[in-house]
Each structure stands twice: as C-alpha cells, then as structure tokens.
Design a protein. Sequence first.
Length: 176
Amino acid sequence: MNATQSGVSVRWLAQTSEDTEAFGAWLASTRPAGEALAVVYLIGELGAGKTTLARGYLRACGVAGPVRSPTYSLLEIYDTPGLSILHADLFRVQNAAELDGIGLREWARPAFLWLVEWPERGAGHLPQPDLSVGLSAGTAGHEINVTAGTALGVRWLNALSNPALASLVEKPPPGT
C-alpha cells in the first residue's frame, strides 16, 4: 500500500482486501483520544471496499464476531471497551427522513463512533463527518482518499498521515 498526503487529505492505494482491512485497523488505532462523538463517512460505489474497511476498523477495536454490511437492518451497534460503534449502511434508504424513525439521534452522543456507508442517502439527517473516506476501485487496486471535515477530523488526519506517530500505537501504518 502506498500513501501520500496533500493539503488536508491523505490518499492510500490498497492493492488487496487485506490492505483495505489493514487501513481500517490503522484508522482505528489513530483515532484521537477523547469521548466526543466521532463520525466517519464511507463513500464509494458497490464493491469499493466500504464494509471491508469497516471490518478492519471493528476488528482493531476488539470485535471478534461476524462483521457484515447492515444493508437490511440499516445499522448494527458494537460495544467495545470505552467506545460504542454504530455501523450504518444507508443503501436501501429512499428518503433521508426515514432515518428519523430508526432512532439515530439516540446514538449521537459522547463515547460513540459512527461508520456510515452511503451517507449521501441520509443528507440533512446525519451529523457532519469528522472524516470522509472515499473508496474507488481501479486497475491497480482500491484508492482510499481521506479528508477532514472538523477539528477532530484534522487531528485524526494528522495522526493518520504522520509516520512518526506510528511508535505511539501498536502497529505501523499499512505498507510501511
């Protein structure tokens, strides 16, 4: 996996699904400390690797059971030590107002992290993303582009893109 940084975004090339999962784990390991609500949008077409990245994130947080896209249930909640993770897949949402009926606001509180697939389908009914992770499939692999949308996101992106911080977490960034 190759990584580059430009301005307020970071780009990775994941050549395998294992690379995409490893990136998800790296994303989890670099999350800034604190209990503020954190929101990560996972953006990409079908098959771009959104759920694979979410699986890597969840595994790094200690989730051992199956991690599948919650396409039919819309969301899954995973309780991990010190953090609850909401994994939402909004692919089947036809109207963003549908989200009001599933109680998303109930989980918009400290000590929660949201991983949201297909966030454009919930426009106007979701919190602003701290990070937006765009995934796209190409001939050389999956390109992963990360941008920050908040101050928390900027801190997270800085940790994610700074190899010198690798010594502060359990493992180095993928591809190094």
